[in-house]
Every structure is written in structure tokens, then in C-alpha cells.
Design a protein around this ligand. Structure first.
Ligand SMILES: [Zn+2]
Length: 353
């Protein structure tokens, strides 16, 4: 039964509001998911299998894909340090792959942030792993659970703080039975985030994990897409992993979720200050340190353009029509997210954030 309830999650996760509304700088989009290879064939379109792959990045550091979501893991002789679990279905698959390939247990799961489309499913590893998150993560989970947020509020036509079947739209409609975990005919925020297990240990600022002679630094870059963001920095592998507040040649799905515009930019600079060659985001292609600089430049150029418009007394619609962000036309999601990022930047910067 649980397999039937879980299977739609992988293929539809990116259509759900968690990715499109409160998840500022969110990575996924319905368009991206629709473009996934499994949807390209008629047979797969009827019941698409999740697209999953494991790619070796450097040394014993690997990147894992589950449709539009990505995580990382580092293998050591004493066990594995894993990033986001993504979701229960993906985690179950990954656990099997890790056992088969490496025959060592997952000793740590490091949450990039609390958003359920990245953080769900850690229970799968909890028999052997310690779950680690930033100190703000437990509070962020609680805050999310308290009530519908983002565009889920707009779907809640009768305002009763849950989505009934005739209200749910998009991914929430498609996955209604999955999220209505108690089967009472309504989806609450607590049900949506129910599979996110709170961290068992938290840190403030930074923390170093050592296992089997290898090291991973956990770094909180400040508030950005959320208030509980963690970067995983792999010094020996010369790589860094960060999720949703940062991307590679890719427009963000939204702006901010717990910080100011300036804090977002300073978070990106905190990543740039690390010594690495490979940057591994939670969505989209991976790239180089120059790509991180390019993404930060996008954020700064957007801020400059929007602030000029505000100063000139332009409306947000005028800005959406005039700010074309031409140098970033080749970024992923330029066509679908350019206007919304301008709108969100306008709202933030007009408020002085
Ligand atoms: Zn997120």
C-alpha cells in the first residue's frame, strides 16, 4: 500500500506548491519535470519511472539524481555521509544502491534545509545515521506545520487552512491521496511536511564532520531561501553542495524565504569564499566556482535593475516588461521565471529588504 502511495511523489514532486511558492529560490518547476527523459516516451508518460542516477564527482564524492532533485554523498571506510534524503521512495532506492555498491552504512544525513521536497525520507536511514541540520531547522518545520503557506493559501478557497479535494490544484491534486495521510479528505501543512524528521543534532555557524579519515564542513551561509540553510563543503574533494538559494546557469524559482535580498547575496558570497572546483546544486546542472560567481552576479544585476526602476517610480508591470536580464537569457528557466523573480525582487527591495 505504501508503495502505491509513494510512487507518484517522484514524478510529480516538482509540480507541487512547495516548490513554487514558499520555497523561494526553489529549483524545480513543472516544466522541468515534464522535460525529464522519462516523460519523453508514450509508455513512460502514462506511468513515468523516476529518473535516477549516481555520478562520481571527485574521489569518493558522488552526486545523486532523483528526477529534478539532487543530493550528494561521500563514501569513507567507516560509512557514508549523505546530504538530503529527498523523499522516502528515493531514499529507499538509494539505500539499496549504497549497500550494494559500498557495503558501509550511512552514518550521517545532513539536511540542506527543511523543505520537504529535499528533506523527507530520512527515516529510511535513521537506523544507522545521525540526522543533522542547522539550529533553525526544528523551528522552521514547526512554523511550516502551523498552517498553509505560499500558493497553497490561494488554493484554500474556503479558508479552513486545509485543502479539500475540490480545492487542490496541480501537484497537490495529483498527489491528493498521498498527502492526505490520515484520509480525512483534507491536506494540512502538517501532513505535507510529515515525512521530514527533525534533526537529531543541530549546529550554529559551522560544524566539521570527520569519518573514516575524511572531512566535511557544514556551513550556515546566513538567511536566504530559508533560515536553516546548510552548505556541505568537501575540502579534499574540492566541492561544495548547496540547495535552492543557489544554482548553476539557472534562474531561481523564487526569491528568499527567510532573509533579505542582501542576505541572499551575502550567502552566495559565502559560498564563493570557499576553496573548491565543483559546485553541486540541489537542482539543475553542476558547475564551477565561476558558475557560482555568475549566479551571484545575476542576483546583483537583478537588484541593480529593480532598484533603478523603483527609484524611477516604475510599476512592477513596467519593470517586468523592461528588465530583460539579457546576459542571462541562456540560463535555465529564463522563460518561465524571469518575470516572477523581478516581481519578487521588487517586493523585497521596495520594502527595503
Ligand atoms: Zn527549498
Amino acid at each position: 500500500m505504501s508503495r502505491q502511495r509513494l510512487s507518484p511523489l517522484d514524478r510529480l514532486l516538482c509540480a507541487v506548491p512547495a516548490c513554487t511558492a514558499f520555497m523561494a529560490l526553489a529549483g524545480c518547476s513543472p516544466k522541468e519535470d515534464a522535460a525529464a527523459p522519462e516523460a519523453a516516451t508514450p509508455a513512460a508518460a502514462a506511468s513515468p519511472a523516476p529518473v535516477r542516477e549516481i555520478t562520481q564527482i571527485s574521489g569518493e564524492l558522488y552526486r545523486v539524481r532523483n528526477n529534478a532533485h539532487y543530493t550528494v554523498f561521500l563514501v569513507t571506510p567507516e560509512g557514508i555521509i549523505l546530504g538530503d534524503p529527498i523523499n522516502a521512495d528515493a531514499a529507499t532506492w538509494l539505500k539499496g544502491e549504497l549497500a550494494q555498491r559500498f557495503n558501509v552504512p550511512v552514518r550521517y544525513v545532513v539536511y540542506s534545509h527543511h523543505h520537504w521536497d529535499h528533506a523527507a525520507g530520512a527515516a529510511v536511514f535513521n537506523d544507522t545515521a545521525e540526522l543533522i541540520g542547522h539550529e533553525n531547522m526544528p523551528g522552521a518545520i514547526q512554523a511550516y506545520s502551523a498552517g498553509l503557506s505560499g500558493d497553497l493559501v490561494a488554493q484554500d478557497k474556503n479558508g479552513n487552512n486545509q485543502l479539500e479535494r475540490d480545492e487542490a490544484q496541480g501537484g497537490m491534486a495529483a498527489q491528493f491521496d498521498f498527502f492526505d495521510r490520515n484520509g480525512d479528505g483534507g491536506i494540512t501543512a502538517a501532513e505535507i511536511i510529515a515525512e521530514v524528521v527533525p534533526p537529531e543534532s543541530t549546529y550554529s555557524g559551522s560544524r566539521t564532520l570527520t569519518l573514516g579519515g575524511k572531512t566535511v564542513q557544514l556551513i550556515h551561509p546566513g538567511n536566504n531561501h530559508s533560515t536553516d540553510s546548510t552548505i556541505m563543503f568537501f575540502p579534499a574533494e574540492r566541492a561544495a553542495f548547496g540547495v535552492d538559494f543557489i544554482g548553476v546557469k539557472r534562474l531561481p524559482g523564487g526569491l528568499l524565504g527567510g532573509g533579505t535580498y542582501e542576505e541572499w547575496i551575502s550567502s552566495l558570497k559565502a559560498v564563493e569564499a570557499l576553496d573548491f572546483d565543483s559546485f553541486l546544486p540541489g537542482h539543475g546542472p553542476w558547475g564551477s566556482k565561476a558558475d557560482v560567481a555568475g549566479f551571484r552576479q545575476y542576483g546583483e544585476d537583478l537588484r541593480t535593475a529593480v532598484l533603478e526602476g523603483i527609484k524611477a517610480g516604475k510599476t512592477v508591470d513596467e519593470l517586468k516588461a523592461s528588465i530583460l536580464m539579457e546576459p542571462y537569457r541562456e540560463f535555465e528557466n529564463y522563460g518561465i521565471w524571469r518575470e516572477q523573480t523581478i516581481e519578487q525582487a521588487y517586493q523585497l527591495l521596495k520594502e527595503g529588504a
